[in-house]
Design a protein around this ligand. Structure first.
Ligand SMILES: CC(C)(COP(=O)(O)OP(=O)(O)OC[C@H]1O[C@@H](n2cnc3c(N)ncnc32)[C@H](O)[C@@H]1OP(=O)(O)O)[C@@H](O)C(=O)NCCC(=O)NCCS
Length: 174
């Protein structure tokens, strides 16, 4: 059984493990500074796992184990818009309903917190993410070069997702 909830500071160690695994094994998909994140303290991870105004990190759990994460925080350029980040499903949990469950929970949270639109980036050529988020209703609104955690600078496409529309496009939880 899969359960999804907002993380709390109690989940700091599990978040650190899963996030660093994502950056180390799949760094080409994330616009992040891997060395900076490796250098985070316990307090930093506790802060990253703690819900604050306009920001939260969600986790999917199977048998008590964290198998996927997805984050939201205010878009720096426009805090009225939700910036989605850090989406990652661990290898053994892929190909199922986990990412849909996470996205629906995050969308509901966004609506409850006054957001009606989300934005995020996907590295051009990340076909699985492009396929999934396009299916959810996201559209490309721009493209810019960004530095990724694999050390490469590559094209990142900006997507816009109206969270009210996306809520209607649900997949069945398996
Ligand atoms: C992106 C991610 C969260 C999606 O989760 P997932 O469990 O793999 O999702 P799914 O298996 O449902 O696949 C998503 C879609 O991509 C499709 N897909 C899978 N592999 C594919 C491939 N090689 N080529 C094209 N489409 C593919 C699936 O058919 C599915 O489409 P559908 O919903 O129409 O059936 C996950 O793959 C992941 O963590 N990737 C690495 C990190 C990452 O890219 N994060 C996103 C950064 S923006």
């Amino acid at each position: 059984m899969t359960t999804v909830r907002a993380l709390t500071f109690h989940d700091a160690a599990a978040l650190a493990t899963v996030r660093l695994e994502a950056l180390e094994n799949h760094g080409r998909f994330f616009t992040a500074d891997i060395d900076a994140e490796r250098g985070r303290t316990r307090a930093d991870w506790e802060a990253a796992a703690t819900e604050t105004t306009g920001a939260a990190m969600f986790g999917a759990f199977r048998d008590g184990k964290l198998v996927a994460i997805a984050g939201v925080k205010p878009l720096p350029d426009d805090p009225a818009i939700a910036y989605w980040h850090s989406d990652y499903v661990r290898d053994g949990a892929r190909g199922g309903a986990v990412i849909g469950f996470l996205c629906r929970t995050r969308e509901a949270w966004c609506r409850d917190h006054g957001y009606d639109e989300a934005r995020f980036t996907i590295r051009k050529g990340n076909v699985v993410a492009e396929a999934y988020y396009t299916w959810r209703g996201a559209v490309v609104i721009g493209e810019e070069p960004r530095r990724f955690a694999d050390g490469q600078t590559a094209a990142a496409r900006w997507y816009r997702l109206p969270v009210l529309l996306a809520q209607k496009r649900q997949k069945t939880l398996g």
